[in-house]
Design a protein around this ligand. Structure first.
Ligand code: ADP
Ligand code: MG
Length: 271
């Protein structure tokens, strides 16, 4: 069953189509990845679903649980159970870890706090009285933020680059909480350019230059992304690409990107 759908979403910023006729269906209770190179428009998709300032003025429609949310504010979307974990952990300098973790929780109890911290591999007794501040490492911050999402049990969580700025020891806990959220019925959207994060998903949408290139099982998209996108030196410059790729089959997209690479190389050589 579809929980969230984007229907022909366009977003124009500074005269550029940064999202271009983007349609996608997110299935309830599954883990989906949105994968694509830097500058593809992935964070823009997250920000647009959340309805952040600067990402509201779209054409097309965004529907959540059967109703259009396109004209709802961020807080109205949050009330419906949509939450966004930013790439850079939000700073709530000085707030006690326990208050931070329980801020969005229905049940604000010590038991929920303890369970949520254990879920991300942190000892609740060691963190309860600490503050969310610069004494926490990037990995600790991200884990605490994910503990707060676990305590909240949202309907849909969008995680923008959940592995970014995270020490290698914290990564397994991040993956663990993704699977735990899924187990407890939360729909998860992972925004990433990392093949390893992609592996956590059931399905994936491949985006480039603000458009959907392909979608399918994680394994198929993994092969596609690793085989074609990782070696591709194209950097997202949506309008130029789109002008040059009139039809939009996968092969044509690929040919277009390869041609763009050749042109970019020539431009570099010719100065
Ligand atoms: P990704 O997350 O895939 O790396 P982004 O969604 O951050 O890519 O950005 C996609 C493109 O849209 C980039 O070219 C970026 O500069 C542009 N963009 C994103 N947000 C804005 C904005 N608020 N105003 C103008 N351009 C933007
Ligand atoms: Mg991004």
């Amino acid at each position: 069953m579809t929980i969230l759908s984007l229907e022909h979403v366009h977003l124009v910023r500074e005269g550029r189509h940064i999202l271009n006729d983007l349609s996608m269906d997110i299935w309830q209770g599954h883990v989906h990845a949105i994968i694509g190179p830097n500058g593809a428009g992935k964070s823009t998709i997250a920000n647009t679903i959340m309805g952040l300032t600067g990402y509201r003025d779209i054409t097309g429609d965004i529907r959540f649980e059967g109703e259009s949310i396109t004209n709802l504010s961020v807080s109205e979307r949050a009330k419906r159970g949509i939450t966004l974990v930013f790439q850079e952990p939000a700073r709530f300098e000085g707030l006690p870890v326990m208050s931070f973790v329980l801020a969005g929780a229905r049940e604000k109890t010590r038991a929920v706090f303890d369970k949520s911290l254990i879920m991300v591999g942190l000892d609740p007794d060691k963190y309860r009285s600490r503050a969310v501040d610069r004494t926490l490492s990037g990995g600790e911050r991200k884990r605490i933020e994910l503990a707060s999402v676990y305590a909240m049990q949202p309907r849909l969580v969008i995680m923008d680059e959940p592995d970014s700025g995270v020490d290698i020891d914290s990564i397994p806990y991040i993956f663990e909480v993704i699977q735990e959220l899924r187990q407890s019925g939360t729909t998860v959207m992972l925004i990433t350019h990392s093949p390893e994060v992609l592996r956590q998903a059931d399905h994936a949408f491949l985006v480039c230059a603000g458009r959907l290139v392909d979608k399918g099982s994680m394994q198929r998209m993994y092969n596609y992304f690793n085989g074609r996108c990782v070696p591709c030196s194209h950097v997202g410059c949506p309008d130029r690409e789109l002008e040059e790729i009139p039809a939009f089959t996968n092969l044509e997209m690929q040919a277009g990107l390869e041609a763009a690479n050749v042109r970019a190389d020539k431009e570099v050589r010719n100065g």
